[in-house]
Ligand binder design. Structure first.
Ligand SMILES: Cc1cc2nc3c(=O)[nH]c(=O)nc-3n(C[C@H](O)[C@H](O)[C@H](O)COP(=O)(O)O)c2cc1C
Length: 248
């Protein structure tokens, strides 16, 4: 059985969709192909991969309560391609959004459902994930934790001859468990959907989020976006700066 995973984030690096694609792949067996959809130049290559596939998994961000426009363009072409070649694929989706409620992906799921009806494909269901940006940060924190553990082990080996710095391992274990906890909802629903992808059955629409209280999320999200705004064009991305009238 062949499953095609499509990362539909327009970002070149560090996108949350790549993280969720990686996790979803872990729970699917058989032949797995990963593709990246960013420009119309990717269409033909991806459509060829779909020709002999049994399932396709779209991993994508929520944009303005819907699909990013480049994904819509692709779906238009895919609809014609599937009808012309009489393809019978099962379509699944892993959508993530910036706000904390995963349920905000409901309109996006409905778009996929209607697309499947028009294209004559089987809608397999999806997982909508809230707090996608923050969950993506947890994987970066995990890598930083590993790097710190390695550094502490080297320092301990050089200074004391011991390759097992106990405190560093305890701190690593504690952090890893906390990061795992934040991701538990996502892991549960992706594992569940993985079982359905393997069998080609309907998994339903499930919504989850980063497992932290909303007030903590809002606090960290505000700090995060103020910092990002400063680095990417001034406070609030220049909303407060004086605008030049261009006459257009
Ligand atoms: C143009 C644009 C529109 C967005 N619209 C929404 C939205 O309606 N609701 C929401 O919760 N997040 C929204 N977001 C946030 C993205 O869904 C979020 O950053 C997501 O994690 C990006 O995934 P990626 O890293 O895989 O591209 C929007 C982001 C952009 C750039």
């Amino acid at each position: 059985m062949k499953t095609v995973f499509i990362n539909c984030s327009p970002k070149k690096r560090f996108c949350a969709s790549a993280y969720f694609l990686f996790l979803q792949r872990l729970f699917v067996s058989g032949q797995k192909v990963s593709e990246k959809l960013r420009t119309p130049g990717d269409h033909a290559r991806i459509l060829e991969q779909l020709r002999d596939a049994q399932a396709v998994v779209f991993c994508l961000p929520l944009y303005v309560d819907g699909l990013p426009s480049h994904v819509l363009r692709f779906l238009e072409e895919m609809e014609l391609f599937c009808r012309k070649n009489n393809l019978k694929l099962s379509v699944y989706c892993v959508a993530n959004n910036g706000f904390i409620e995963g349920r905000q992906n409901e309109p996006l799921m409905q778009i996929f459902e209607h697309f499947c009806t028009r294209a004559g494909l089987s809608w397999g269901g999806g997982v909508g994930i809230g707090g996608g940006v923050m969950l993506n940060v947890t994987r970066i924190l995990f890598i930083v934790d590993i790097a710190l553990l390695v550094l502490n082990t080297v320092l301990s080996a050089v200074n004391t001859g011991s390759f097992f710095p106990r405190d560093a391992w305890i701190s690593f274990g504690r952090n890893a468990l906390l990061l795992l906890y934040f991701n538990l909802g996502v892991l549960f629903y992706l594992a569940r959907m993985g079982g359905h992808i393997r069998k080609g059955t309907f998994s339903g629409k499930k919504y989850t989020r980063i497992l932290i209280p909303s007030f903590v999320f809002i606090l960290f999200a505000d700090i995060f976006f103020v910092i990002i705004s400063i680095f990417e064009g001034g406070i609030f991305r220049g909303w407060l700066s004086r605008k030049e009238y261009t006459g257009e």
